[in-house]
Design a protein around this ligand. Structure first.
Ligand SMILES: [Zn+2]
Length: 305
């Protein structure tokens, strides 16, 4: 015998929304987004208000989107417009709440969960914490809203062993942010430099107990890094997962700024600290980067002929 279906527990999210009077055209009650709030955070707040699950709230408008993370990262223009219509808001505002503007090269530096927060800009509205875009950005050490220092989530705040590189780190943060948020590049992609700096190198002189993963190309530019990484092997970043813990992040940002300023000669010098396949991969990557920077100049010169 089939169980009797009664009560809202047996309704699908769509039916439940229908019962509460929410149409896909427009929400009867809309909550104002906060500055720099992430789209998923805003949807979660609406879901709490309408007492449904966040995914049901999202899929009520966009049934084809399978997760809140996808909504944060990869909405099409059409999907942005549909959300904007349902929430009675400007599409440009919805677009700004996502990471859709961030190019592929910088996306490795977007964390899968909030990694940091700004104590001055932290907000809770009607009991729900507001999650900001900046909490996921692996190139930030300062808050984009108030410029104050960000703090680590989930663990004690630790002082940075790289505080003397703070000024260079702020320059690196700005160049990575310009590339990611505004598509502005210097002579080469800063996020690509960040990736290369996290490749392994062979230390000179060769140590007695050599653990390859302890030595990064970055350590040539920021010599304190080797010792710090030996003490904290669990914090080791990789080119595929380049987001450093907040207290170590200044080293990578400063490294990016130093290479940007020094130019391609420094990249070729760094290649000399590598061996074998890694050296070949590094060499190919910098040849391609340098070639790309030459091409626009060459083509603009052709236009002058
Ligand atoms: Zn702030």
């Amino acid at each position: 015998m089939r169980p009797l279906r009664s009560g809202s527990r047996n309704l699908t999210p769509k039916q439940r929304l229908h019962e509460t009077g929410i149409s896909t055209r427009q929400l009867p009650v809309r909550l104002a987004p906060c500055t720099d709030e992430l789209l998923s955070s805003w949807i979660i707040r609406h879901a709490t208000f309408y007492a449904i699950s966040p995914l049901a709230m999202l899929q009520h408008c966009l049934p084809e989107v399978l997760s809140l993370r996808t909504a944060d990262l990869d909405l099409t223009k059409g999907q942005v417009v549909r959300i904007a219509r349902m929430y009675s808001i400007d599409p440009a505002t919805v677009h700004r709440m996502t990471f859709s503007n961030i190019p592929q090269s910088s996306r490795r530096l977007i964390a899968g969960e909030p990694r940091q927060l700004c104590c001055s800009c932290r907000r809770t509205v009607d009991g729900s914490p507001i999650i900001l875009r900046s909490q996921f950005l692996g190139w930030r050490i300062t808050c984009p809203l108030c410029k104050g220092p960000l703090q680590r989530i989930g663990g004690l705040d630790r002082s940075s062993p790289f505080s003397r590189y703070h000024h260079a780190a702020l320059i690196g943060e700005r160049t990575l942010d310009d590339e990611a948020e505004r598509g502005i590049q210097n002579w080469v992609s800063p996020s690509e430099i960040a990736r290369l700096l996290l490749m392994r190198r062979v230390p000179k002189p060769f140590p007695d107990h050599y653990e390859p993963s302890n030595y990064k190309v970055l350590g040539v530019i920021i010599p304190d890094l080797d010792d710090v990484l030996k003490m904290e092997p669990s914090e080791l970043p990789t080119p595929l997962n380049p987001i450093l813990p907040l207290h170590l992040r200044a080293a990578l940002l400063a490294g990016v700024a130093i290479v940007q300023r020094a130019g391609s000669e420094m990249l070729y010098m760094l290649r000399g600290h590598m061996m074998g396949e890694n050296k070949a991969r590094f060499g190919n990557a910098i040849d391609e980067m340098v070639e790309r920077t030459r091409q626009p100049r060459a083509s603009s010169q052709l236009h002058l002929i």
